[in-house]
Design a protein around this ligand. Structure first.
Ligand code: GLY
Ligand code: MN
Ligand code: MN
Length: 433
């Protein structure tokens, strides 16, 4: 478990970054209906989770560097009947002592108390556009404050996006966050190995998914971090294929893109392997090409390099390979500059990873490509996708391959968090034999 003081330290860091005489309002996530009287499993809003560790819906965090009580939490009140039906609530009293807030209030006091808390501050930090219902509350609050000088209210005149500050903080992982991400990565690699070992012609794609999810839960990570992709044969060419409903066929490859979520932190791993444990020659040719591209890209995963540099390196290897294997015809530089390679490689090389699988953080700074720094975590995931109906040599049609690892940038290079998962052709065939 993340130590509760780390959440308080994050709030204190955010308070230091805020303008003088300002106030931030950050709501928790909302419950979503799945079907009549049932909800999707609740997942806390990542920014709120990052700053509080508090897991209930409907809560609201308020921070103000200029106030006597700098941190305030509103949360569901204790309610005997509601708790019998829907589950325990921490309640404001315990929330204050256990989560280290300066003060806490019941959610029922939100409207009145927010007016008093916000009034008089020059700047309001708020992230609009995520929760429509809460946006409406904020606009009503501002209107009341603006209309109320006779009541002594004073509305903020500047509204800033609190996410700019929080997301920059989230981009750099602490020691404790890295430790959790290492664990999430190891659980996920073990789950991939379990699925590889289970793989056989005649199994359903969703049965490989079940192997993964079983291992996540049995390892203490109840949920996957995103919808698991198990695409066999031509299904691997659908980038976000999640039907997972086909039957694995002998001679096909299967692409699994899956990672668990541990205390909110995601792993995001892809491996592609033969259903029957043996690559065919055309499968080997394309697989080795993607692996070479990944290795070329990873040499730029170090402080001072950029994702763009890594991406250019991967694209160059992939495009040359496409020429060599007869997927593309023409001059290497031209095929890169006119993006002809996108016929078979149409997504980016990687993305930040953390509390969100596509994690927050700017990819550019002052209009320039952002330089890698220690404590950033991101994926490296080149691929090649030759759909059955594409224009390509017959032997490659219906083959889709992606190889994805999770990389921590360190002072002297990087640490591959998902290193322990077999990746070379020999390693995969060896494991499955
Ligand atoms: N699993 C989504 C991705 O690889 O970005
Ligand atoms: Mn992925
Ligand atoms: Mn990814």
């Amino acid at each position: 478990m993340m130590n509760i003081t780390e959440f308080k330290n994050r709030r204190d860091n955010l308070l230091k970054k805020m303008d003088d005489n300002s106030i931030a309002i950050i709501p928790a996530g909302v419950e979503l209906t799945r079907s009549r009287d049932t909800e999707f499993p609740f997942r806390q809003d990542s920014d709120f989770l990052y700053l509080t560790g508090f897991l209930e819906p409907e809560a609201v965090l308020v921070l103000s560097p200029s106030a006597q009580n700098q941190s305030t939490l509103f949360c569901r009140n204790k309610d005997k009947i509601a708790e019998i039906w829907c589950g325990r609530r921490i309640g404001p009293q315990r929330a204050q002592s256990e989560f280290l807030f300066d003060q806490t209030f019941a959610l029922s006091d939100l409207k009145d108390n927010l007016l008093t808390l916000v009034s008089g501050h020059a700047t309001l930090y708020y992230g609009q556009g995520t929760y429509a219902e809460f946006d409406e509350k904020i606009w009503q609050l501002l209107n009341t404050l603006r209309g109320g000088p006779k009541k002594g209210y004073k509305a903020p005149t500047v509204i800033k996006d609190v996410r700019n500050l929080v997301h920059e903080m989230r981009l750099f992982k602490s020691q404790n966050e890295v430790e959790l991400m290492r664990k999430a990565a190891v659980i996920s690699t073990q789950a991939h190995i379990r699925a590889m070992k289970y793989s056989k012609a005649g199994a359903f794609e969703f049965q490989l998914e079940a192997e993964l999810h079983h291992h996540y839960a049995m390892s203490g990570a109840r949920y996957p971090a995103y919808g698991t992709i198990v695409g066999s044969g031509d299904n691997a060419n659908i980038l976000h294929y999640t039907e997972n409903s086909d039957i694995l066929a002998d001679g096909d490859l299967v692409l699994i893109d899956s990672g668990c979520e541990l205390e909110g932190y995601a792993a995001d791993i892809t491996r592609t392997f033969p259903v029957n444990g043996k690559f065919t020659t055309p499968q080997k040719q394309l697989y080795q090409l993607v692996l070479d591209a990944q290795i070329a890209a990873m040499s730029f995963y170090k402080p001072g390099s950029t994702l763009k540099q890594a991406s250019v390196a991967a694209t160059k290897v992939l495009t040359q390979g496409m020429i060599d294997l007869g997927l593309l015809e023409g001059d290497l530089n031209e095929l890169i500059s006119n993006e002809a390679y996108k016929a078979f490689y149409m997504h980016g090389l990687g993305h930040w990873l953390g509390l969100d699988v596509h994690d927050v953080g700017e990819y550019k700074q002052d209009e320039k490509e952002r330089v890698f720094e220690p404590d950033m975590v991101l994926t490296v995931e080149p691929g090649i996708y030759v759909a059955a109906d594409s224009k390509a040599p017959e032997q490659f049609k219906g083959i889709g391959i992606r190889i994805e690892d999770n990389i921590l940038i360190t002072a002297d290079g990087h640490e591959n968090l998902t290193q322990s998962l077999p990746k070379t052709i020999d390693e995969i065939e060896g494991l499955m034999a």
